[in-house]
Design a protein around this ligand. Structure first.
Ligand SMILES: C[S@@+](CC[C@H](N)C(=O)[O-])C[C@H]1O[C@@H](n2cnc3c(N)ncnc32)[C@H](O)[C@@H]1O
Length: 309
């Protein structure tokens, strides 16, 4: 959904954009090419993706800054660079195809690697720590909550009994044996996803970064978020809904007393999904959901609220 992301960002000449998940710089390169004199800040917590993106975007010189940091540091980093407020912020969540197809950080059970799953080596908690030191109950909760894994208890018990678990392939085999029969997707898929979300505290980090994005978006600036997981999409959907509210008074109060000022307005009512053609070419896009919102002029919206009250 590259074109949908670019349209969602409403890229204009001289605009400043933030790519919170620069990865291989596919989106960032397209943003830079879309209009004249565009500036861009790209974030990636993964040092090897940071390096790849820096190399690919080097041709733009001073108009691009790539930072090797978590997007949880979004507001401070953008302000420190001195480019706030910005005209658009993009999140393309999850893993890049490089992270899935290379063996390094142990994100995939297709490659045998030590259990890690950290986006950045600076983070202290790894998948090894969770798998080898968390209680059976805590592991089951993680698999159920973040992976929606119906056999979470059985899998957690098998993991605890098999300790120490050192590698991705070892873990995938333990899970497959515990889960028994399976359908189209490998029985370890949901558990690996759940562990990755827990290791990187992904849902909390996303909530935090979305809050920060509102503070650095210019008037009419765009927030564009592509997620691949229903839990992430729910967070984005609720965030946009809450920031668009004009009143948060309890329903039994006859007149609004909350003076809520909305800061975002949804650009599309529903999430945008990939076309069947795109799904065919890129099966990973199957679960993608794209949501777009626009920063509202706070003064104008508070004026219109006053006139409504
Ligand atoms: C789906 S990929 C992005 C691909 C990119 N849009 C492109 O065109 O190549 C997501 C990237 O975001 C990074 N990432 C995920 N969560 C992050 C976070 N909290 N902070 C910084 N980078 C993050 C990952 O390391 C990965 O490189």
């Amino acid at each position: 959904m590259l074109n949908e992301c670019l349209d969602g960002l409403a890229i204009k000449d001289g605009g400043v954009y933030v790519d919170c998940t620069v990865g291989g710089a596919g989106h960032s390169s397209a943003i830079m090419k879309k209009a004249k004199d565009v500036r861009l800040i790209g974030f990636d917590a993964d040092p090897s993706n940071y390096k790849k993106a820096s190399d690919r975007l080097a041709e733009y010189g001073d108009r691009v800054r790539v930072v090797n940091t978590n997007f949880q540091n979004l507001r401070n980093t953008v302000r420190k660079i001195g480019w706030a407020p910005v005209d658009g912020i993009l999140f393309d969540l999850g893993l890049s195809s490089m992270q899935l197809s290379e063996d390094g950080a142990g994100f995939s059970f297709q490659y045998d690697a030590p259990l890690d799953m950290r986006f950045s080596p600076d983070q202290s908690l790894s998948a090894y720590d969770i798998v080898n030191s968390y209680s059976e109950q805590d592991i089951a909760d993680i698999l159920y909550e973040y992976g929606e894994e119906p056999k979470s208890r059985r899998i957690a018990r098998a993991i605890v009994e098999a300790r120490p678990v050192e590698t991705t392939v070892q873990l995938a085999e333990i899970i497959a044996k515990a889960a028994g029969e399976h359908g189209k997707i490998h029985p370890a898929t949901r558990s690996f996803q759940a562990l990755r979300i827990a290791v990187n505290n992904e849902l909390e980090v996303l909530r935090d970064a979305l809050e920060q994005s509102v503070d650095i978006l210019a008037e009419n600036g765009r927030l564009v978020v592509m997620s691949y997981h229903s839990l992430e999409d729910r967070i984005v959907k609720n965030f946009i809904r809450d920031k668009s509210k004009t009143c948060v008074c309890p329903p039994d109060i006859p007149v609004c007393v909350c003076n809520t000022v909305p800061t975002l307005s949804p650009v599309t009512k529903k999430a945008i999904a990939p076309s069947p053609e795109e799904e065919k070419v890129n099966p990973r896009s199957r679960s993608a959901k794209l949501r777009i919102a626009e920063r509202i002029n706070t003064e104008m919206s508070s004026l219109s609220m006053t006139s409504l009250n």
